[in-house]
Design a protein around this ligand. Structure first.
Ligand SMILES: C[S@@+](CC[C@H](N)C(=O)[O-])C[C@H]1O[C@@H](n2cnc3c(N)ncnc32)[C@H](O)[C@@H]1O
Length: 230
């Protein structure tokens, strides 16, 4: 796939299956207390930083946007017009717009949080830098990122394509992702890894990576774990 062809392929594929996707994942968080705890922590940190709303990028039908919006201002952006149509229908009162994570119509430093749940998985590895450039650009200093994706079995193992039910996808090296973000001033503060057997979808490890946009050069790594035990 060349150029931005993957965007058209992804958009068309999700347009075709938006209703099915929405029904399938509407209650996904209901029996996942640890997922909710991670997302709640992220929402708390964004609120504490008081640097702007949360942008849910690749929001799909908006289920996560609504969960976040119940905890503070949040809005959603997705490539698929059909997903956005469903999100608006199901969650009136929350702003949803079509757009690509690789070219966001958002001001520099305009958001206090970026949430991206299993949306980078369809971006070919050579196009991922554009997406992370945008995440770093739109995050305000002190802003927070919560990124979720399917990971390779070893955190250092490179990106790997896999068959996805909707459209081609990649699972990622957690260390590679963390390094790419750090290069852009968005520093990992914590990661939560669900081992393969707990990812009911495919048996791949599932990762939540929490990061903070550098605050005036301060190194925030490890900050979200709290002070070390003595
Ligand atoms: C696996 S779904 C996840 C949806 C939602 N985040 C969730 O977890 O329920 C992936 C979503 O990412 C969107 N997406 C993929 N690439 C995108 C891009 N470059 N910009 C915006 N949205 C994108 C797709 O349209 C799709 O809705």
């Amino acid at each position: 796939m060349t150029g931005a062809e993957f965007l058209e392929t992804t958009r068309t594929a999700y347009d075709a299956r938006a209703a099915e996707y929405s029904a399938l994942f509407r209650d996904y968080l209901a029996d996942k207390p640890l997922d909710r705890a991670v997302i709640d922590t992220f929402a708390d940190l964004v609120r504490a930083a008081d640097a702007g709303p949360i942008a849910d990028l690749g929001c799909g039908p908006g289920h996560y946007t609504a969960y976040l919006h119940a905890r503070g201002p949040a809005f959603g952006i997705d490539l698929s017009p059909r997903m956005i149509e469903l999100a608006r229908l199901e969650h009136p009162g929350i702003a949803f717009e079509t757009g690509s994570m690789s070219a966001l119509d958002l001001a520099d430093g305009g958001v206090g949080g970026v949430f991206s749940h299993h949306s980078i998985i369809h971006t070919p590895p050579e196009r991922l830098p554009e997406v992370f450039d945008e995440f770093a650009r739109v995050l305000a200093p002190g802003g927070r990122l919560l990124l979720s994706f399917s990971a390779t079995d070893d955190p250092a193992q490179p990106a790997e394509p896999y068959d996805h039910a909707v459209t081609p996808a990649y699972r990622w090296s957690t260390d590679l992702i963390s390094g790419m973000l750090r290069e852009r001033g968005v520093v990992e503060t914590a990661r939560v890894v669900f081992p393969g057997e707990q990812d009911e979808r495919r048996g791949f490890p599932r990762v939540f990576l929490l990061a903070a946009k550098d605050v005036a050069g301060k190194d925030v790594a490890g900050q979200d774990a709290g002070p070390p035990r003595r």
